[in-house]
Design a protein around this ligand. Structure first.
Ligand code: UDP
Length: 323
């Protein structure tokens, strides 16, 4: 059985949908604090539990024969992590530690972890390879790095193999239109731009146009959520076959500026999208683009979706948002 923590969240739910095409023995664990019950397929077993509660976690998982864990459950807003680091250390570090301890005691040897490119802070080199120095500049990234370190220590001492998948900017939605991105409040650029296209917000605020980039706005590497989901399936296979750990960046290797995102969304939606430049958002690096060679070589994985496909799938979801 594959245990998926945070399987009701944005990336977790897309992973579950993709994994269901290969296997049916999936167990989703989520406390639904930010996830959506509607995003879990009816035929998937679901436990409503909180990773912060060690006893509850242990009790709920003890009866299952778990082969591998894919751990998505976490809070993932940089701004919120600066306002409330306590919440982030409690959920992302303590919660992950609880889960890792429980699965270690259950003898699970494969653990896939949602990590982040924000570990690299303001990187010295673009594109960013896994050899880039990690230097988190906010509590969110610190919590993810701490969990990577716990996993590294546990792999050495207890023989747990882990894959730390360092995501760049997850975006887009499953083409079925059944599941997609739904955060409240929504901090991410592409959903915000599409909400503006739908008239749900008046305009998009561009956080700074005085960066050292061609049009002055920040550049990010947007990766389709189903491409990310598929990389987890490849990572599970890698852990099972190779029996060793892996740290890998997941991005497309292509960067787009905030203005390019707004222009592409205007073209795809055929709507007018108003924007206004405001101050920089604290902690935003100018450019984050992945060097994804390692993922291509080691996982045999390749992103399938380009920016147009990302934005049109997200548009398909946001026009008829189900939750
Ligand atoms: N951004 C923006 N306006 C918004 C939201 C985001 O200009 O309303 C910019 C943000 O500064 C960053 C990029 O869009 O450069 C992507 O931000 P997002 O929050 O989607 O992802 P992040 O890169 O922070 O993980």
């Amino acid at each position: 059985m594959i245990l998926v923590s945070g399987g009701a969240g944005y990336i977790g739910s897309h992973f579950v949908k993709r994994l269901l095409q290969n296997r049916s023995d999936i167990l989703v664990l989520d406390n639904l604090s930010r996830g959506h019950r509607e995003s879990i397929p009816a035929n998937v077993e679901f436990i409503n539990a909180d990773i912060r509660n060690y006893v509850e976690l242990k009790d709920s998982l003890s009866n299952y024969k778990i082969d591998a864990v894919v751990h998505f459950a976490a809070f993932a807003y940089v701004g919120e992590s600066v306002e409330n680091p306590e919440l982030y250390y409690e959920n992302n570090v303590m919660g992950s530690f609880n889960l890792i301890r429980v699965v270690k005691d259950l003898g699970v040897k494969s653990f896939v972890f949602s990590s982040t490119c924000s570990l690299y802070g303001n990187p010295d080199n673009i594109p960013i390879s896994e050899n880039e120095k990690v230097k988190p500049i906010n509590p969110y990234a610190q919590t993810k790095l701490t969990v990577e370190n716990i996993l590294s220590d546990f792999s050495i001492s207890y023989g747990i193999n882990y894959a730390a998948l360092r995501y760049f900017n997850a975006a887009g939605a499953d083409t079925s239109g059944e599941i997609g991105e739904s955060h409240d409040p929504e901090p991410h650029l592409i959903p915000i731009v599409l909400q503006a296209a739908l008239g749900k917000r008046e305009k998009v605020f561009i956080f700074g146009d005085d960066y050292n980039t061609p049009d002055g706005t920040c550049i990010r590497d947007y990766i389709h959520v189903n491409d990310l989901a598929d990389a987890h399936i490849s990572a599970l296979r890698y852990l099972e076959d190779e029996k060793k750990s892996l740290i890998v960046n997941l991005g497309t290797g292509e960067g787009y500026s905030v203005k390019e995102i707004i222009d592409t969304a205007a073209k795809i939606t055929g709507r007018d999208i108003q924007s206004e430049t405001t101050d920089r958002r604290p902690g935003d690096p100018a450019v984050l683009v992945a060097d994804n060679k390692k993922a291509l070589d080691i996982l045999g994985w390749k992103p399938e979706h380009d920016l147009e496909s990302i934005i049109s799938s997200a548009w398909n979801w946001h026009k008829n948002q189900k939750y």
